[in-house]
Design a binder for this molecule. Structure first.
Ligand code: IPE
Ligand code: IPE
Ligand code: MG
Length: 236
């Protein structure tokens, strides 16, 4: 993209963290007479493009909702196809690190994945740690699961009473600031168990664009909308 265009939407410290609910892959494919799996494959390409672009405009943390704790309810063939795409991403993430320029961190309950996959996730994390933009990829992620996990970690440490700060510090996103802007594509107006704790004072942007069609123009519109909001955090 043009340097001038890039400058046009450079962000400042007010917008450090954008989170995306990447929704609409299945409908995008169905509209084209294709199986839902095709939408996931194209959506994966969009994900790399969008996250690179967010880094380019100066966002320091991007979080994407890739697979929820509830998405296991989908037909086996679809789940298998999504996991295959995820495995391919893991295989190429190290090679593509210089191109994508993001520090890849996986968030969610990883205990469900076999040890070799978890090892790959840790390797990608360590080997991309030098890039300034953090990309949190939420897989087997659920906001409620995350809070329960945080509280159980505190109980295991012997705590009998917990504070907000302690819960925040045990979330999967403990290394990241709270999201400033949550963008959901695909037209649904809900959180679907995403960042429940962290979204307390986030701004929301919902659009009808289906995730595979997500691009620079829509991100620009989301960012512009964000800068028109007055965040009061309960003050006046
Ligand atoms: C989002 O797209 C991707 C995942 C949940 C893995 P969907 O697969 O939910 O697509 P729609 O919402 O059915 O169109
Ligand atoms: C939310 O999308 C989960 C992800 C984008 C990974 P869903 O398609 O699963 O959400 P619902 O079922 O419409 O609420
Ligand atoms: Mg959906």
């Amino acid at each position: 993209m043009e340097e001038a265009q890039k400058q046009e939407i450079c962000v400042d410290e007010r917008l450090q963290h954008i989170a995306f609910i990447m929704d609409g892959n299945g409908r995008w494919a169905k509209k084209r007479g294709m199986p839902r799996e095709y939408g996931h494959a194209v959506g994966a390409k969009t994900f790399e493009r969008v996250t690179r672009f967010c880094g380019d405009i100066g966002i320091s943390t991007v979080t994407v909702y890739a697979f929820s704790t509830e998405n296991w309810r989908r037909p086996q063939h679809e789940v298998r196809a999504i996991m295959k795409i995820f495995g391919e991403y893991l295989n190429t993430a190290r090679k593509k690190a210089d191109e994508n320029r993001v520090h890849v961190v996986f968030i969610g309950d990883m205990s469900i994945f076999p040890e070799n996959i978890r090892e790959q996730m840790r390797t990608v994390d360590v080997e991309t740690a030098q890039y300034p933009t953090t990309l949190n990829i939420a897989v087997n992620y659920g906001g409620r699961d995350e809070i329960v996990h945080a509280v159980n970690a505190l109980l295991d440490e012997g705590k009998t009473h917990v504070t907000e700060e302690e819960i925040s510090s045990r979330l999967y996103t403990a290394h990241s600031p709270m999201p400033d802007l949550i963008v959901r594509t695909g037209g649904e107006l809900r959180l679907s168990n995403f960042l429940l704790w962290q979204s307390a004072y986030a701004e929301f942007y919902f659009c009808d664009t289906l995730w595979p069609d997500m691009g620079e123009a829509e991100i620009r519109a989301a960012v512009e909308s964000f800068y028109q909001r007055k965040r009061r955090f309960g003050g006046v």
